[in-house]
Ligand binder design. Structure first.
Ligand SMILES: Cc1cc2nc3c(=O)[nH]c(=O)nc-3n(C[C@H](O)[C@H](O)[C@H](O)COP(=O)(O)O)c2cc1C
Length: 177
């Protein structure tokens, strides 16, 4: 049994979840930052399960993780992500649905986890400018409200939930094998 954790992370939130998952799971395992893969092609044959972590960029997974995701075939796969928005509303579920739709049907999708991550300061400025242009846009104002609240995320609770998710995925892999 060997696991691969791939993650894409601009400001460290998704990396934090990725390493929590990596530390929590048993057996042989590798962890790789997608942006450092460059010319390295991954031999997925070596792995029984691939965890792929993304950060939410304009309502979908970031383009680096999307590109990697599109090239995974015939694997057991589990997805995790972080986003600036709160997980209280339905937004998180809509992101999960969109990202899962990218997973090629020849894979076996063992589930998704998403949590909030702190929003970068630069983005707050950008959202303030966007709101001036689109004052009616609820998502933008919601993101601005979330900025302050997001600063403590991912928190201990979310990290524990990510670990529970990962262990649940691993138990599914063990059952299937
Ligand atoms: C360019 C950019 C676009 C973003 N777009 C969204 C978005 O559409 N929805 C959202 O909830 N969060 C959005 N965020 C917030 C990030 O998804 C969030 O801060 C995430 O935790 C970043 O993960 P990272 O630290 O691993 O890079 C965006 C952040 C950036 C920098």
């Amino acid at each position: 049994m060997k696991s691969l954790i791939l993650y894409s992370s601009l400001t460290g939130n998704t990396k934090k979840i990725a390493y929590s998952i990596y530390d929590a799971i048993q057996g042989e395992k590798d962890i790789k930052n997608i942006s450092e893969l460059v010319d390295e092609s991954i031999n997925y044959e070596n792995y029984d399960i691939v965890f792929l972590g993304y950060w939410v960029d304009k309502g979908i997974c970031d383009k680096n993780s999307k590109q990697v995701l599109e090239n995974i075939h015939n694997k057991k796969i589990a997805l995790f992500g972080t986003m600036g928005a709160s997980t209280k509303g339905s937004y998180g579920a809509s992101i999960i649905e969109k990202v899962e739709s990218i997973v090629s049907k020849d894979n076996e999708n063992l589930g998704s986890f998403i949590c909030q991550g702190k929003i970068a300061k630069e983005l707050k400025v950008k959202y303030e400018e966007l709101l001036k242009l689109h004052p009616e846009n609820e998502h933008i104002s919601e993101q601005l409200n979330n900025h302050e609240e997001s600063q403590s995320h991912p928190d201990e609770q979310e990290i524990s939930e990510a670990i529970i998710f990962a262990k649940d995925v691993m138990s599914k892999v063990n059952t299937i094998m």
